[in-house]
Design a protein around this ligand. Sequence first.
Ligand code: CS2
Length: 482
Amino acid sequence: MTRLDRTSFPTLAPRADLVLPAHLPEQGASSGIVHLGIGAFHRAHQAVITQRAIEATGDDSWWITGVTQRSASVRDQLAPQDGLYTVLEKSPEGSRAHVIGTVREVLFPAEQQERLDALLADPALRIVTLTVTEKGYRRRGDGRLDLEDPLVAADIAGGSGAAPVSAVGRLARGMQGRIRAGGAPLTVVCCDNLTANGEVLSRLVRDFAAALPAAEAEELTAYLDAHVRFPSTMVDRIVPATTEADRAEGRGILGLEDAGLVVAEPFLQWVIEGDFATDRPAWEQGGAQITQDVAPFELMKLRTLNGAHSTLAYLGALRGHETISAAVGDPQVLQAARDLIAEDVIPTLTAPDGTDLVAYGETVLERFANPALAHRTVQIAMDGSQKLPLRLLGTLRDRRAGGAEPRAAAVGVAAWMAYIASDLPLDDPMATRLADLARGRTDPRVIVENLLGVQEIFGEDLPEDTWLRSTLRDEVARLRAR
Ligand code: CS2
């Protein structure tokens, strides 16, 4: 079958189930945005809103160069398609294909470092966005840059001529190149699910700068102070891994082969702090919200959606459910997510801009129930060591500080522990250590004791909490008895 690309694109005609971009980048157009970590999420989220903004305003200086960090696969999917791909939006009412044309180029730095260096130095490039997942930031338990991480250490030792391998190294080294080319300002937009993600990333780049030889450190820090902003953002769209069946459905709608197709729910939200060092696409005309304070949005989303998502993933997988929609179809599992949101999450939140938190929670659960999305529980269960502190432990700590007994939040943590002890797939940067501590153990006391002692996850305070310890034991015992 013919592949989707600029040549085959004109054969497509819009239909109820096929939405096409109004125009595509001119050949040789320049990129206003570099995106680090061009996985499925970016393609279904920021790239879509950027396309809508370009269409609303006609300002076409905002095409995106995507950077794949670890493997060439996304480049190899998109390069033969001139960057074109489809977002297959799936809902119970049916599917709709949106062809996206904002990604004009994808680079795999291991083979194209020079091109990336040139772009990052170019004043026409004004914004770097990132989705590199929680673990991609290489943070220590205290949130600072892990200078002992082998990738980070290599980037610091490598000198400004070497090709960086970590996300933070790539950003910092790119900024040094930008300084050498005249020091045009830059806005860095973190789009990962981290609390205060802009501040976090700013801190990490500054930690990197501080580890450089004195003159370089001083120059980079001065540039960061004067010319770079890191607005925080809240991103939201459920984007399960693409399956062969999804690609086949895409072929049915397009009549073309699309190796870069991604799947998403209809819901799409992006809240961005209005703190830019540069101009920016009119993202608000593409459906984003620009606000002065993203923090309440971030906390609401991380604790409600992601907290419930992880809880459903662990509980659901333990009960044999393959997908999130199957998990919420199980009344006991659904009740656990409901309790988490109503009893423990909502009391810790401040409603952003008059949002009805109860209605928000209900909408989240309805989105999870979308039967057209086969979002696998083991996919969301990945990287729990990185996700738990952001998604559940903040809720737990806030509730404990307020004198409450947050059993529903503890159930989520216990479900993670029981998952680690089980033989379900364990995919986590701390997998070896976690497996040593709990895999195959049967005594709930030992499981809880061993895992609660992982300071990078639970800190020093939570293992001291006797209510938490005994509640976790009870819940792990209950989950294992089932
Ligand atoms: C999910 C998120 O994979 C996961 O851990 O919880 O990716 C979730 O689907 C998104 O944050 C939704 O915006």
